[in-house]
Design a protein around this ligand. Sequence first.
Ligand code: NOJ
Length: 752
Amino acid sequence: MPGTPNDEEALRARAEELLAAMTPAEKAGQLTQYFFFSLPEGAEADPALGLDPAAQPREVQAALERGEVGSLLFVTDPARINELQRRAVEGSRQGVPLLFGFDVVHGLRTILPVPIAMAASWDPEVIARGQSVAAREARAVGIHWTFAPMVDIARDPRWGRMIEGAGEDPFLGAAVAAAQVRGFQGDVLGAAEHVIAGPKHFAGYGYAVGGRDYDEVNLADAELWNTVLPPFKAAIEAGAGTVMTAYMDLNGIPATANAWLFTEVLRSVWGFEGFVVSDANAVRNLTTHGFAPDLTSAGARALAAGTDMEMAITDPAFAHLPEALDGGRVETAALDAAVRRVLRAKLRLGLLDDPYVDEARAREVLADPQHREIARIAAERAAVLLKNDDDLLPLDRGALESLAVIGPLAASKRDTLGPWVFDFDLGETVPVLDGIRRHVGDAVRVEYAQGVPVVQRTFPSMFDMFGGNRPEDPEGFDPGTAFDEAVRIAREADVAVVVLGEWQNMIGEAASRSSLHLPGRQLELLQAVVATGTPTVALVMNGRPLDLRWAAEHVPAILDIWYPGTQGGAAVANLLFGEVAPAGRLPFSWPRTVGQVPMFYSHTRSHEPENQQRRYWDEASTPLFPFGHGLGYGRFTYGGLTVDRSSVPLDGTVTVAVEVTNTGDREGDEVVQLYLHQRSGTASRPVRELKGFRRVPIAAGATERVEFEVGPDARRYWNAAARDWVLDPSPFDVWVGGDSTAELGTSFDVIA
Ligand code: NOJ
């Protein structure tokens, strides 16, 4: 059947047929994606978005009738999707169906932990399963394509979008990127119950100067090739069907019109065959950048650079492509190549044969309880136990009479879900307080106090127009008495659980911060609770490292629960009471203070390594918690580290083996990590780099042998002097352990 993923030739022929019948305006239309917003009732549009909710549907509908829309985003109601699809199919001359895209970042209705949390699971399988649930729900309502995963490396936590990625490391980032693409897309592009993935933002967006969202990025080639590009490459190798451009200037050229990125790296070097979409309004904004003099030039230059589709909030630059064609600023071949890519995606999805979605089936799929189950497991696997003095955790339910749960975030359903979600169901969302109450039932008295008022950002978030996104104190909240009330219930309880962090609209897009302090009076509240002498557990809700210096010194147990999603509270209760053991690991180095950022473990050695730890006279230059850190309820020891060969040729592979023993008295997972260091060569190489990891369940008292292959791919790097990839002969150090400070090491030689 034409249009099925297997019949490549028939699919190409059909695309050619469609293309041949199109006018230049229709072709440009196929390359245009419009926002199509219906704001929740009573919601007000944000003028900063340039969005007039009344005018915008009129603009889109007129374009639909002309057959000049290729895709829409932000529609999630299956009935509405069918209605709009019908207009495209039945109401336009060519009748080419629309692609519906959406930011399904960490779930549609069932919300998974935020992406940085999923990365903290160091568990590609759970990540893939989670995103396949997201894909299933999305496809059921008629969405064909997600603008995810975000695979931007982030080393500066001031940048709010760090939450959407996998942290600082290219190796972990590549594994997480590939797992997400597998989860979203399934085995083949166009697979049933899956969506097309769109890794973003190509490339370098995480390096915005000062951590200020959208600001320029200046990145040397070595940093690009060795650190920034590997997760993209992994996503492409996993089969990602689209790629999204980035907003900012990369080395002085706006990424959206950067031919080197799209034509050279993506298509020539990596052989990418899918299509490239711009970020929202990024083609138009080439004029704002001071790059293109007008919209015609903006459209022509973006297309020539390799951006196939323009994502437009309104008034697209690509509408001027026919004019650019007439003026010789765009070549027909370039326009046709882009249209072909978009048509092929539609054909692979089978849209030409069956463009509509089954509305009744959508309801069934969304209600599937299995989805909530996977969200809970993901939240359990993502949590990172940062500290656990004297094994305060897990709590012994039998020995507890009372528990104080404290802090506004403990009871906030919306914040439990994190940013970048729109179609969630608050009714089925379990915040920490509810999760704990359900878990202990009547056996333990659980008292709750908010303690401090919610904190607002100093200027509104662009997402505030979506209902419930601005935090509010509950009716009757009295800031005058709330603090003392929280301290009182802490004093009277056997254990206090304080939930701290950032409100979800403080992180994400357009949510950079100049400090990492806990917003509002949360630290003061924590200090007052600890001062009661009641054993205290801090639960941190965050998508970036926060300043936890005081907590790290004075609070016995700290569990990072991130924004854990729909089943967050249930997962947290299971972790607190030891139904499951935490085994997540930090996907970033946790700085002590914002003054240390950017901070990452894989820096080079410098001429003065002995002083490495004393770079600042007023603060240590070590992180508060290292990359890869995370405790469990078991105890793991490492031994018997071996390499199977002491020397190998340049293209040789060494097998590294280690034995990990769980010396504790309960089963748990350990994330075994391998780090590599090249001692000398034609460039200085990082002190260590992650080159292997495995999350392994180990029974109490058992020993597991774990093996890693360290081949040429693990040692090859892009060298600024050679301006090419190189493999150097050198002695190599290897460490294996539970975080990036692992001390158990050995070495081998690579000889020319
Ligand atoms: C802008 C963001 O940068 C991008 O990540 C997102 O996919 C689009 N808006 C669409 O919402």
